[in-house]
Write a protein that binds this ligand. Structure first.
Ligand code: SAM
Length: 242
C-alpha cells in the first residue's frame, strides 16, 4: 500500500489535507481515487490507514481509519558527512534513510568543496526514501556545521571515523571490539572528495571517543564509503544483526 509521510498529528477521527505534490502523486501518478486507502506516518504517532475522502490534481483529503503499527525508532545511528557535490550528497541522504540512520549531519571540513546545500530538497529525499522503506520516522538532516565545532561540542557518542589513510583497523574488526564495550549511540564520519586534512586526521585520531576504521585497500567515493560503512554497522551492531 502507498505510504506517505505527513507532518500533521495522527489520531483517531482526524482528517489530513495533502498539499499539491502529494495529491498529484496519489491522483496523477498512482491513479488513486476516492475510497482507496493509503498508509500515513509522521515520525511520532505510528502508522495509520486512511481512506481518500476527496481528491483532485491539487489537493486531497484523507480520513484516518485505524492505527496499523505503533511508533518505534531504529538504532541510535547517525551519519556525519562532509558536504560533497549535490548528486552524491543526495545519494548519501537517500541511502542513509534507507539504511536506517536516525540523523544526517552535514559537516564542513578543510577540503569541503560542495555545492550550496538545499536542506529542503534533502529533507524531501529523506522523506521519500523513508516512505519506501516502511520505517516510521524520517531522518533529520541538519544544516552544515564546521567539523571542528562538531568535535568541540561532542558528548557521549562513539565516532566511527572512516579514515582513507590505509593504517586504520578494518571496520568489522573495530566494530567487534566496540560491541564488547558499553552501549552508546554511534556516529559514522565520512570525508569530502579531497579527504581529510592532516591536522583533521591528527585531531580525530587523538580523541578517546573516536575509532578510526578502514573500508579496505581501495579509496572509495564518499557515497560508496557511506553506504559500505552503514551496511557494516547495521550488520554488526544494528538491526540487521541477530
Ligand atoms: N581524495 C582522498 C584520497 O585520495 O585520499 C579520498 C577521499 S574519499 C573520496 C571520501 C571519504 O570516503 C574519505 O574521506 C573517507 O571518509 C571515506 N573513504 C573512502 N575510502 C575509504 C577507505 N578505503 N577506508 C576508509 N574510509 C574511506
Amino acid at each position: 500500500m502507498i505510504r506517505l509521510f505527513v507532518p500533521e498529528k495522527l489520531k483517531s477521527g482526524a482528517t489530513i489535507a495533502l498539499g499539491a505534490d502529494q495529491a498529484h502523486y496519489l491522483h496523477g501518478v498512482m491513479r488513486r481515487g476516492v475510497g482507496d486507502q493509503v498508509l500515513l506516518f509522521n515520525g511520532a504517532d505510528g502508522e495509520w490507514r486512511a481512506g481518500i475522502a476527496a481528491i483532485d490534481r491539487r489537493s486531497a483529503s484523507l480520513a484516518l481509519q485505524a492505527q496499523t503499527r505503533p511508533q518505534t525508532t531504529g538504532p541510535d545511528l547517525e551519519m556525519i558527512v562532509a558536504v560533497v557535490k549535490r548528486p552524491r550528497l543526495e545519494t548519501i541522504v537517500e541511502k542513509a534513510a534507507e539504511l536506517g540512520a536516525r540523523r544526517v549531519r552535514l559537516a564542513v571540513t578543510r577540503f569541503t568543496q560542495g555545492d550550496r546545500v538545499r536542506l529542503e530538497r534533502l529533507g524531501a529525499i529523506a522523506a521519500e526514501a523513508s516512505e519506501q522503506t516502511g520505517r516510521l520516522d524520517v531522518p533529520e538532516i541538519t544544516a552544515p556545521e564546521k567539523l571542528d565545532a562538531i568535535l568541540d561540542a561532542w558528548a557521549g557518542r562513539t565516532l566511527i571515523f572512516c579514515d582513507e589513510g590505509g593504517d586504520a583497523s578494518p571496520m568489522l574488526e573495530a566494530l567487534n571490539a566496540a560491541a564488547r564495550g558499553e552501549g552508546t549511540g554511534f556516529s559514522i564520519l565520512i570525508g569530502p572528495e579531497g579527504g581529510f586534512a592532516p591536522e583533521e586526521r591528527a585531531r580525530l585520531r587523538s580523541l578517546p571517543h573516536v575509532i578510526p576504521v578502514s573500508l579496505g585497500p581501495r579509496i572509495l567515493r564518499a557515497d560508496t564509503a557511506a553506504i559500505a560503512a552503514l551496511a557494516l554497522w547495521q550488520s554488526r551492531l544494528g538491526d540487521w544483526s541477530p
